[in-house]
Design a protein around this ligand. Structure first.
Ligand code: SF4
Length: 340
């Protein structure tokens, strides 16, 4: 029986672990948080089906219960050395492990919207991120603005920290367009009187049922999509926000007063992935995501033999794509171990 160590206990890590134990291997997952599931723990429901995130977490936890793999919570990898074809791993709480293969599944981090100062996140009261909104949905808290009133006009801003020269992230985060459609529909269901606007650069509805949901948002929920990049937001004395943009379809400048501004923060590689790159001796792309040997046939292979990659540590990915990438990582690890 071979032993595989997986760094990261988010969806990618758990799915890879589960698939690898099915093929008869022994797996240890190293997770820095107290619980598995990663960012999914903070999410309310998932596009395009509005499936509760809790359902996916429960299924992941069932996989942990019913499978024979161990999880080291609140643990981080300190060093990795390779000797005689095996990996020796030392952790932050002095565990010493030997592994035949390693899978890096460190996930992503959300772009810190404070870096886009012009939008006023954490400066103005009623500027929040899509992650903050998701938390409001999850807790079931009422969505209110000044004087405890419901917002009458709400705007979403796409591509915050993605496709953006200033923040240094040139790539598309892939999932935020459809996240805004999903969240706008949820908001409209809760606040039927509210006007909702989405300011986008391009709409990327690449997945199954995404385009249909986008149409439904317009036709059934009357959500307005405006092509234009917001230049700035400023707070007025009554705590509403004045936003400035250009309608790039009509070529006209646009000013609008809104009560709530929601920033669709993109995905970044994050500190966990940078640390894994260093301890494992594997390279990153310019974007900070981990470099795969090949985008087509070897998207789970790192530059180091025996170290594999799973999920959004390699690129922005949806939950569906992460699960599929994790399963393919397990298959590649299994194939590699059998040939060594
Ligand atoms: S998915 Fe949409 S909002 Fe997100 S970075 Fe790409 S174009 Fe922008």
């Amino acid at each position: 029986m071979k032993h595989i160590v997986i760094i990261g206990g988010g969806i990618a890590g758990i799915e890879t672990a589960s698939a690898l134990t099915d093929t008869g291997h022994w797996v240890t997952v190293i997770e820095k948080e107290a619980q598995v599931g990663g960012k999914l723990n903070n999410w309310s429901c998932l596009f395009p089906t509005f499936t509760p995130a809790e359902k996916i977490i429960d299924e992941l936890q069932d996989k942990c219960r019913n499978k024979d793999f161990s999880i080291l919570n609140k643990t981080e990898v300190r060093t990795i050395h390779r000797q005689n074809g095996k990996f020796s791993i030392e952790t932050s709480n002095d565990h010493k492990l030997e592994a035949d293969a390693i899978v890096v599944a460190t996930g992503y981090e959300l772009f810190d919207a404070r870096r886009k100062e012009e939008y006023g996140y954490k400066i103005y009261d009623h500027v929040i991120t899509s992650a903050d909104l998701e938390e409001l949905f999850k807790t079931g808290n009422d969505i209110t603005v000044a004087e405890g009133k419901h917002p009458k006009r709400i705007a979403f801003v796409h591509c915050v920290g993605s496709r953006d020269e200033k923040s240094g992230n040139h790539y598309c985060s892939k999932v935020c367009c459809i996240t805004s459609v999903k969240q706008a529909i949820e908001l409209k269901k809760r606040l039927p009187e509210a006007e909702i606007y989405c300011f986008y650069m391009d709409l990327r509805m690449y997945g199954k049922h995404f385009e249909e949901l986008y149409r439904e948002a317009q036709e059934k929920y009357d959500i307005q999509f405006i092509r234009g990049r917001l230049s700035e937001a400023s707070e007025k004395i009554n705590k509403s926000l004045l936003i400035k943009s250009e309608d790039t379809l009509s070529g006209r400048p646009l000013k609008m007063n809104v009560d709530l501004l929601i920033l669709l923060a993109g995905m970044e590689a994050g500190k966990g992935t940078a640390a894994a790159s260093e301890t494992c001796g594997i390279g990153c792309e310019e974007s900070g995501f981990l470099k795969t040997t090949d985008s087509f046939l070897k998207s789970n292979f790192s530059e180091q033999e025996g170290i594999f990659l799973a999920g959004s540590c390699t690129a922005p990915m949806s939950v569906n794509d992460t699960i599929l990438h994790a399963r393919s990582a397990a298959m590649e690890v299994n194939g590699w171990l059998r040939s060594h």
